[in-house]
Design a binder for this molecule. Structure first.
Ligand code: GDP
Length: 454
């Protein structure tokens, strides 16, 4: 899902790289590309309009930032707005002060409710809860049985209205009244000290009044702490209409997106929060119980933008780098004039951002096999050693490493507590790195505008 959206947004934003400054016409052209990409991905038109207007307004009004170049600034704005339409902060489940917490699932047939009940049960258990699944889908012949099967797989007990179900032997046989089953399930949970009850309800193939009435009767009767609207992200634009129908007919407190592993365009998933005003709490991306997680708007956005965690890197760069010094260093990197002193300062700034492997891992392409191998060789201790060696040099040596002859190498080695071959290694690697940075500067557009941080 989101592959083609991701590709288009990524290439639009990459086109901005290397531009020293952005004119209004550049921004308009970028906004147009983003608009087409979103519409092609099936994002609802009003959502696209509002999104594009905000991007244009912010990009044109943006203050020139010391730490970011214009392209990075646009990426930052697009990301922030995308996080916004996905809901902003991660929204966590609300638990009742007095257990049991009641979570009701609602949605169309086939949206993945029953599967979700199992996933949610498994996840709640992993969070230290003792959940109970309650089977209130009495319409579909096999639904109760299906819930019992996922319950067993998730190792979570199921309360169901016929014999054989865990702890429900005293209930009447055959299909019954889902409202009654829901009430009895909750009473059973109180009695047996289950602290979360997940109520699976009936769905239909399309939205109909009977379905809505039944769901809202259950809601009325059990007063759930959360009503989760479960929506198949592959149903395209229909998702928005369905969400509106459920919002008006039953009401819900949160959304669960399912089938994000599908190859549909997924724009519906991007519209549902903005259209209904309710947050997305969880996302399902496969048929297995573990294919499920809390929904994080920021992570989803960076996945859609296809920039690895470059965005995190942008944020951290803003926090930790001295803008002027970085700009000067970036310019030197681009022209191949980097000194060991610059190298040391950059290393110190990078070390403040965390373990070096993590930082490099945030760069796009870091998941490729070759890059992974390279990252696994990066060692923070090694970097600390490099720092010690550079600190053992005189300012003149740091400035112009070419003057470091063999007697100087011996002195530096003695002073830094390393061997001469360590010093040789560093000096050789520095010359290699300088060459590589010059090449990278060209490739990533760093250093060109004189305002780069990285
Ligand atoms: P319900 O009618 O709403 O209870 O839906 P089900 O839980 O029975 O799910 C309908 C079908 O979708 C089943 O075949 C599930 O295995 C499948 N399904 C549910 N969630 C996902 C998901 O996240 N990804 C994929 N690929 N399939 C899913």
């Amino acid at each position: 899902m989101f592959d083609s959206l991701s590709e288009r947004l990524g290439s639009t934003l990459r086109d901005l790289r290397g531009k020293g400054r952005l004119s209004d016409a550049d921004i308009d052209a970028t906004a147009r590309e983003i608009r087409i990409a979103l519409l092609e991905a099936d994002v609802a038109l009003p959502v696209v309009r509002a999104f594009i207007n905000r991007i244009k307004e912010r990009a044109k009004g943006a203050e020139v930032s010391g730490a970011l170049n214009p392209a990075q600034q646009v990426v930052k704005i697009v990301n922030e707005e995308l996080v916004g339409i996905l809901g902003g902060e991660t929204r966590r489940l609300v638990f009742a002060k007095e257990p049991p917490t009641v979570i009701m699932l609602a949605g169309l047939q086939g949206s993945g409710k029953t599967t979700l009940a199992g996933k949610l049960g498994r996840w709640l258990k992993s969070q230290g809860h003792t959940p109970l699944l309650v089977a209130c889908d009495l319409q579909r012949p096999n639904a109760v049985n299906q819930l019992q099967i996922v319950g067993e797989r998730a190792n979570v007990p199921t309360f169901a209205p016929h014999p054989g179900a865990t702890g429900s032997g005293e209930l009447p046989e055959g299909p019954g009244d889902p409202v009654r089953v829901a009430r009895e399930g909750i009473a059973h949970a109180k009695d047996k000290l289950y602290d979360v009850v997940v109520v699976d309800t009936a769905g239909r193939l399309g939205v109909d009044e009977e379905l809505m009435r039944q769901a809202s009767d259950i809601r009325e009767a059990v007063q759930p702490d959360e009503v989760l609207f479960v929506v198949d992200a592959m149903i395209g634009q229909d998702a928005v209409a369905t969400a509106e129908a459920f919002r008006d007919g039953v009401g819900f407190t949160g959304v669960v997106l399912t089938k994000l592993d599908g190859d549909a365009r997924g724009g519906a998933a991007l519209s549902v929060r903005e259209v209904t005003g309710q947050p997305i709490l969880f996302a399902s991306n496969g048929e297995k119980l573990e294919d499920f997680d809390v929904f994080h708007p920021d992570r989803m956005s960076s996945r859609i933008l296809g920039m690895g965690d470059l965005l995190t890197l942008i944020e951290q760069a803003e926090q930790h780098f001295d803008a002027e010094q970085s700009a000067a260093t970036a310019a030197k990197m681009g022209s191949g004039e980097l000194t060991l002193e610059d190298f040391l300062q950059q290393m110190l700034a990078i070390r403040k951002m965390g373990p070096i492997g993590n930082i490099l891992g945030m760069l796009p392409g870091a998941n490729s096999g070759q890059m992974k191998d390279a990252l696994s060789q990066v060692d923070d201790k090694q970097i600390d050693k490099l720092q010690a060696i550079i600190r053992g040099m005189t300012p003149a040596e740091r400035d112009d490493p070419k003057i470091i002859n063999s007697s100087r190498r011996q002195r530096i080695a003695n002073g830094s507590g390393v061997t001469v071959s360590d010093v040789n290694d560093l000096v050789n690697r520095f010359f290699d790195a300088r060459k590589m940075m010059k090449q990278m500067a060209g490739q990533f557009g760093f250093g060109g505008g004189g305002r780069s941080a990285t």
